[in-house]
Design a binder for this molecule. Structure first.
Ligand code: AGP
Length: 611
């Protein structure tokens, strides 16, 4: 998704803007731009298609500096990726804006502006906002008031940063539906889509609320809430370090994040499990009472986070014996669900800003659920702030678009939820101790699984020239197969599908031939024998099998069957997290062999803040 950076200081802010954009690259984008007020008070704008590096090169060619400016990375929604559609967009009299989100009523506003004599140079909804601000400023005389008048007309989602030649001492911000933070400095202030962009210049942040309009000057921040009242927004200190979002010695963020998983999972458990017990206060002060009353669970999420929810359904039903439903947010939000009494509504999200998940939460809050719980990796995110209960995954910043450590920490957090629910629904202290122990062992099992990397790297050579792949699993391993297929397609662009292995003979078996690799996750569980029969069906049709199997599965490599032996003693409650690791590594090495952009795959964005 798009990224915003802005700065006002007594020094040249262009390097800060460029570094901020570079740190937002993980969000996904197709073009970049910057607008700076130069020493003679004139707005200078540069825009380029492609990577931030191109913009940086353009700045070297056309030296640009100043003490006030805004910058942007654009992920195309309205209009193709091109220089003229890239932000900042400008209107008359030196007004420049950058915008994240989508304006739904842009066409009618555009028509009105055209009849007022404004000409458009782009196909974007954003340019409409720039001209609207100019239009209002003519009547109201002040850029802050003009922005407030403009946002009152907008339908849709936006985070905006606005500068104007006649107000060289401030940046105006507005937020509705898209995140934006203010970075508080010493006699200088900043703005960005998320904190990671500003970590080299500050650790202090102000998070705007929905509907806020703010103006930032060098020494001052003023915020008005949606009703136009002066609002006090707390300054919070971020615990993240500036190098948390660096690759270090790894060639890609994705590989670094895969190898960070033992630590990330251990951190997610820290201080929350102790002495064989789960400390359910970790979910929030009301957690005990809410879990006691919970009679059913509805989980809503997107993509990888949805897959984590789909795994949790098995655990919640088998271990806590509560009914559980899981749905992708973009579908859930347009249903009119019947909500059974005392149902807990759970959202899962790495970013906490996914538009569909957030909309589903807002809808759920009006629909009679018992309470809402968010499992999320970003403490200051909208999802966290709007949920009654929260359990933060402590994965640290995940920069690679392909989710890896966010997924296994979500599974861990969901494991804790299962224990919490089970405690209130029949599990005794011994059962709790056993489950907690299984959770504590996960980091060590992941560590052992990571040692398979050289084997998987070799294996990837057999996939790299394939056009399709099938992933199979049964029970809670079906969502892991789905996650494996998603990883492979999103970063290597190989078409991959996942099936519950028992479903194969109802159609997809027709696809199987020697050219279709079939990747299977086979822990030692009560479905193993059934799974083996399904694999026989594949082998009988000439399908090439690659099976990640438990050492006690009794399976051995043979003609057309490659067995990759996983660590010993992986229990039912641990298998989902542990067996997802080789699938992440396989996708990574396939993508490397195919030469794709592993961390920023084409067409995708890290934080999907549009519907
Ligand atoms: C998976 O690798 C993707 N990054 C994607 O499916 C992601 O999980 C989805 O967009 C949901 O994002 P969220 O967890 O931030 O809500």
């Amino acid at each position: 998704m798009c990224g915003i950076v802005g700065a006002i200081a007594d020094r040249n802010i262009v390097p800060i803007l460029i570094e901020g954009l570079r740190r937002l690259e993980y969000r996904g984008y197709d073009s970049a731009g910057v607008a700076v007020l130069n020493s003679s008070g004139h707005l200078r704008r540069l825009r380029t298609v492609g990577k931030v590096k191109m913009l940086q090169d353009a700045i070297v060619e056309t030296p640009t500096d100043g003490q006030l400016g805004i910058a942007h990375t654009r992920w195309a929604t309205h209009g193709v990726p091109s220089e003229r559609n890239a932000h900042p967009h400008i209107s008359r009299d030196g007004i420049a804006i950058v915008h994240n989100g989508i304006i739904e009523n842009h066409e009618e506003l555009r028509e009105e502006l055209t009849s007022l004599g404004y000409t458009f140079t782009s196909e974007t909804d954003t340019e409409v906002i720039a001209h609207r601000i100019h239009h209002h400023k003519q009547k109201l005389g002040d850029i802050f008031r003009a922005v407030r008048a403009t946002v009152a007309e907008l339908e849709g989602a936006y985070a905006l940063a606005v500068v104007s030649e006649d107000s060289p001492d401030r940046i105006i911000l507005a937020r509705a539906g898209c995140p934006v933070v203010i970075g508080v400095g010493n006699n200088e202030n900043f703005v960005a889509s998320d904190v990671s962009a500003l970590l080299p210049v500050t650790r202090k942040f102000i998070f705007l609320d929905e509907g806020d309009v703010a103006e930032i000057r060098r020494q001052d921040v003023r915020v008005l809430d949606a009703e136009g009242n002066t609002a006090h927004r707390e300054v919070r200190e971020s615990a993240l370090s500036a190098d948390a979002a660096e690759k270090g010695d790894y060639p890609h963020f994705m590989l670094k994040e895969i190898f960070e998983q033992p630590r990330a999972v251990a951190q997610t458990l820290e201080e929350r499990v102790a002495g064989g017990k789960l400390l359910e206060a970790a979910f929030g002060p009301l957690a005990t009472e809410i879990f006691r009353r919970t009679e059913a669970v509805q989980i809503v999420a997107c993509g990888t986070s949805y897959h984590a929810g789909a795994v949790a359904k098995y655990y919640i039903e088998q271990i806590a014996r509560l009914p559980c439903w899981v749905e992708i947010a973009s579908e859930y939000r347009y249903r009119n669900p019947v909500v059974p009494k005392n149902t807990l509504f759970v959202t899962i999200s790495q970013s906490g800003e996914t538009a569909d998940t957030l909309a589903a939460l807002r809808m759920a809050k009006q629909s009679g659920y018992l309470s809402s719980l968010s499992i999320c990796n970003v403490p200051e995110s909208s999802l966290v702030r709007e949920s009654e209960l929260v359990l933060l995954t402590r994965a640290g910043p995940e920069i690679g678009v392909a989710s890896t450590k966010a997924f296994t920490t979500q599974l861990t957090a969901l494991g804790m939820l299962v224990v919490a629910l089970a405690k209130h629904h029949g599990a005794d202290a011994e059962r709790e101790r056993g489950l907690v122990q299984r959770l504590i062992e996960i980091p060590g099992l992941i560590e052992k699984t990571l040692h398979l990397e050289p084997t998987i790297k070799e294996l990837a050579k057999r996939f790299a020239d394939k056009h399709h792949a099938l992933f199979l699993g049964r029970g809670q391993m079906h969502p892991i197969a789905m996650e494996g297929a998603l990883k492979l397609k999103e970063i290597s662009y190989i078409h991959a599908e996942a099936y519950a292995a028992g479903e194969l003979k109802h159609g997809p078996l027709a696809l199987v031939d020697a050219d279709m690799p079939v990747i299977t996750v086979a822990p030692n569980n009560d479905l193993l024998e059934k799974l083996k029969s399904n694999l026989q069906e594949v082998r009988a049709r000439g399908g090439e099998l690659y099976v990640f199997a438990d050492p006690d599965s009794g399976m051995q490599s043979s003609d057309g069957v490659t067995i990759i032996t996983m660590p010993k003693h992986v229990s039912h409650f641990q298998a989902a997290a542990v067996y997802s690791i080789p699938l992440q590594l396989l996708s990574y090495h396939c993508a490397i062999l195919r030469g794709t952009d592993v961390d920023q795959p084409r067409n995708l964005a890290k934080s999907v803040t549009v519907e």
